[in-house]
Design a protein around this ligand. Structure first.
Ligand code: 4AD
Ligand code: MG
Length: 463
């Protein structure tokens, strides 16, 4: 007997085969004729398979008729063409083994629709729902597609450290890593004596693998890092996590225009792979979450992204005749409302904004000849806003040092990063895509907490 997944057993090729299926019961319906229908799901696809359990099964009265949502079973039987509408196949059970019961009095996932807020309180059980199953398969597809995209183009996958002493983004929102006892921190004068700490210096969870991956780009050419990153910013929004995954390609001899081109091709590939490889899940999101989703995504794959300098964007916003909550002025950060107006209302497609004021961006971005702007780029998409942030890097040692001083950083702390400019420096560029923002965008899910298995946000780290 062969073991099939539900996805395999749902296909026409399975008809006539003797199979074993294993999974969790979604529903049981008893027929007047003295038999029952079970809907079985094993996570291999969104759809369930119908199991027909005849009254003649030896454990029909004692067990099958007690099965309820959440119970786990093995079914052996024959796949046959289903007479019912909406499903190609069903399984005529010859044997049903119950592995675990799920008491309907206490099992939280009963038939009715639960709110996403409620499901977050049972994050360990929500993978058993249709929506989280679909999110999980799409997230997996995006990750596979990320590796495929870069591997096909000859990029090397680099594992940058999680624990770091340097602050890449300069935003100051880092989690400390220490083995010092909080109640008895060793002091030297008024200051913490970090020489007594594990790494003999202050260390943090990384906010980005960029600085370290640059060392590999500046020797191996085209590379990417892809891993968890951490930000202690206290922003309780639908687009921020304290722990999220970021993929960061970094390319030697790429200028900003090449970087933008790569980012555009990359996003389009992720979208078209999900549309092709997760068609059933994507149709579900279109039906349940956002009725414009498929049309929007297909439109994005087949048209080009808008490119707009920050200065042009500011002018556009000032001439919009909109009443924004935050004022728009050259030199001020664009707020989510401005980004969304540009990408959702004005241009109605992804937008790459570039050449931001130097005062708004980190030390490593290349300064333009005007002296006022840097070669930054942000990719904005409808609903999510910023999905990618990147830049051409400052490859001139003197300018880099000046930028660090301007931002009150100590160049000595970044001596190794400066060495990349001191020896054989090259123009280079890269960007970071937030994995969860990408999954949010592709699934249409409104809240970022619902596209990561166990979200970490201020006050939340239970599971
Ligand atoms: O724009 P960011 O801060 O860029 C960097 O970290 C660069 N070092 C990347 C690079 O050039 N290699 O972050 C990049 C992306 C954002 O565009 C967003 O998609 C995501 O990371 N991101 C977050 N996602 C979820 N929660 C947060 N708190 C995020 N902060 C950034
Ligand atoms: Mg950014």
């Amino acid at each position: 007997m062969e073991k099939l997944s539900v996805a395999e057993a749902r296909r026409a090729e399975a008809i006539g085969r003797q199979v074993r299926l294993q999974g969790w019961v979604r529903t049981r319906r008893d027929s007047k004729g003295g038999f029952s229908f079970l809907e079985l799901n094993d996570g291999s696809c969104l759809g369930n398979i119908q199991i027909v359990a005849e009254g003649a099964l030896p454990n029909y009265e004692s067990e099958v008729k007690r099965l309820s949502a959440g119970a786990s079973i093995t079914v052996e039987g024959v796949v046959r063409q289903s007479p019912a509408r909406g499903q190609l196949t069903e399984v005529q059970a010859e044997r049903i083994v119950v592995h675990g019961w799920a008491d309907p009095e206490t099992y939280p996932l009963q038939k009715k629709q639960h709110s996403f807020e409620f499901l977050r309180t049972i994050a360990h059980l929500r993978p058993r729902t249709n929506t989280f199953g679909a999110v999980t398969r799409v997230r997996n597809c995006v990750c596979r597609s990320i590796h495929h995209f870069f591997q096909q183009r000859g990029f090397l996958y680099i594992h940058t450290p999680i624990i770091t002493a340097s602050d890449c983004e300069g935003a100051g929102a880092m989690f400390r890593v220490t083995t010092l006892e909080l109640g008895q921190v060793p002091l030297r004068g008024q200051q913490v004596d970090y020489t007594r700490d594990f790494f003999e210096r202050p260390t943090y969870l990384t906010v980005s693998g960029q600085l370290q991956v640059e060392a590999f780009a500046c020797s191996l050419g085209k590379v990417y890092t892809f891993g968890p990153t951490f930000r202690a910013e206290n922003s309780n929004t639908a687009r921020h996590l304290a722990e999220f995954w970021m993929v960061e390609p970094e390319m030697a001899f790429y200028e900003l225009a090449d970087n933008m081109q790569l980012a555009e091709e990359f996003l389009k590939q992720l979208i078209s792979d999900c549309l092709a490889q997760c068609a059933e899940d994507m149709a579900f999101f279109n039906e349940r979450i956002d009725s414009q989703l498929l049309a929007t995504l297909e439109g994005i794959v087949s048209s080009s992204f808008e490119r707009l300098s920050y200065t042009e964007a500011v002018q556009m916003l000032q001439q919009a005749g909109e009443r924004f909550e935050f004022p728009v002025a050259w030199g001020r950060d664009l707020q989510a409302e401005h980004e969304r107006w540009l990408t959702e209302r004005k241009l109605r497609k992804p937008v790459i904004l570039y050449d931001y004021p130097r005062t708004l961006k980190p030390f490593y971005m290349r300064v333009n000849d005007d002296g006022r702007t840097v070669r930054a780029m942000d990719v904005l998409v409808p609903k999510v806003g910023e999905i990618i942030g990147g830049s051409q890097r400052e490859e001139r040692l003197d300018v880099l040092t000046e930028r660090m001083q301007e931002l009150h950083m100590n160049p000595d702390d970044y001596w190794w990063y400066a060495d990349l400019r001191r020896y054989g420096t090259v123009p280079h560029s890269g960007f970071g895509l937030g994995l969860e923002r990408a999954v949010q965008f592709i699934t249409g899910m409104a809240n970022i907490r619902d596209v990561i298995p166990f979200p970490r946000t201020p006050g939340n780290a239970e599971f």
